[in-house]
Ligand binder design. Structure first.
Ligand SMILES: N[C@@H](CCC(=O)N[C@@H](CS)C(=O)NCC(=O)O)C(=O)O
Length: 368
């Protein structure tokens, strides 16, 4: 398909890094506009989030082959600003052939989606927490993030912009659930994830075998910041998980990899427990993420503003978040949509990891 995808984003945005690495790996031509705002001539998204893709409104062949970069009024009308990496990744799976990031085996694809979601919505807590609650980390972020926003800044503007970003992000710590009660849960969980992933990387180059899946790109996005930018988690990573650090560097550009269908793990071998290191990762996912998603959904259903629960046997308090209820629904939809054989295989893979709790009461009602 002859089209160049246009997106805006910045290097300090994990989701921008997730999508840029995906496009490189998939050989999808792209044009990255490095800015935190809406680039001149582009439409603004409904909710400003990075990355933002500027996609043809109509998926007609003419619309896709036109160059959406010129920035004239006609182009702006023809484009829409689209955000949210997870559905976008799947849209690009449909619209671009070859080098797919979603496994063709539906049971494996469910495992991939689950780890992708954990990375996007739980590892992101670690990323935001370390960056904005540790003084060394936010001191660095205040100096560097403004310089990544796309414009030269003199010293006064750099200083002002850095303090503005910092105070805005500090105020947002409550959305991700980073507070004195939860800090140790987040940090211990990050360390256990590193240990589990390091053990896996002793044997395999990617989460699901010898080719990267959506989950690899999502984990990579968060780890670009945690392992290679923010000083506190970077030091922890280098000390406990050098392979993870190196993996992040390699993930940035896998355009030279020639993936084969046989490079994926088979869900049959996973269901027989043949990849213990992946099970170690799923056990860490299952220890923290389902309790959070389930408590968040229950709080929203009860009309509560706060989630108050226990994660990893410790108290967890945070603001309830509607987007995470959607994440749970999407995962349940994928699970219910599996045929009985694939669902059984997913059950065999997840039983005993804690992840099975996500689907314990998933019913066909979740499809609607
Ligand atoms: N679910 C979205 C999350 C994107 C997101 O939260 N992006 C952050 C930057 S990494 C953002 O734009 N936050 C709002 C802001 O900084 O104003 C995705 O997967 O793309």
């Amino acid at each position: 398909m002859a089209s160049t995808l246009v997106l805006s984003g910045v290097p300090g945005s994990p989701y921008t890094r997730k999508m840029v690495a995906l496009l490189r790996y998939r050989h999808i031509p792209y044009r990255l506009l490095q800015t935190a705002g809406t680039p001149a001539g582009m439409p603004a998204p409904k909710v400003p989030l990075l990355p933002t893709f500027y996609l043809p409104r109509e998926q007609s062949p003419q619309a896709l082959s036109s160059d959406p970069v010129a920035g004239d009024a006609e182009t702006v009308d023809a484009l829409e600003a689209v955000t949210d990496s997870t559905p976008l990744l799947r849209r690009f799976e449909r619209e671009f052939e070859g080098r797919q990031a979603v496994p063709s085996d539906p049971a494996l694809a469910l495992v991939d989606a689950l780890i992708e979601d954990y990375a996007d919505e739980w590892l992101s807590k670690a990323m935001f927490h370390y960056r904005w609650s540790h003084p060394n980390d936010f001191a660095k972020a205040e100096k560097i993030l403004p310089c990544w926003s796309g414009e030269p800044l003199d010293d006064v503007r750099l200083d002002e912009y850095g303090r503005w970003i910092s105070s805005r992000q500090h105020a947002r710590l409550r959305y991700v659930g980073s507070n004195p009660t939860t800090a140790s849960v987040i940090e211990s969980s990050y360390e256990r994830f590193l240990d589990a992933f390091e053990a896996h990387l002793r044997h395999y180059p990617f989460l699901l075998g010898k080719r990267p899946g959506a989950s690899d790109f999502a984990v990579y996005g968060q780890l670009t910041q945690l392992t290679q930018f923010d000083p506190t988690p970077m030091a922890i990573t280098i000390q406990r998980a050098p392979r993870v650090y190196a993996w992040v560097t390699l993930m940035e550009d896998h355009c030279g990899l020639e993936p084969l269908e046989s490079d994926w793990f088979s869900s049959v071998e996973l269901s027989h427990g043949e990849i213990p290191s992946l099970r170690g990762i799923l056990r860490e996912v299952g220890r923290v993420y389902p309790p959070f998603l389930i408590a968040n959904a229950a709080a929203l259903q009860a009309g509560a503003k706060q989630v108050e629960t226990e994660i990893d046997d410790k108290p967890w308090i945070q603001q309830a978040f509607p987007y995470h209820a959607k994440c749970l629904l999407w995962l349940r939809r994928d699970y219910i949509a599996l045929n009985p054989e694939d669902r059984l295989r997913v059950d065999q893979i997840l039983t005993g990891t804690g992840c099975e709790a996500l689907f314990a009461d998933a019913t066909h009602r979740d499809l609607h």
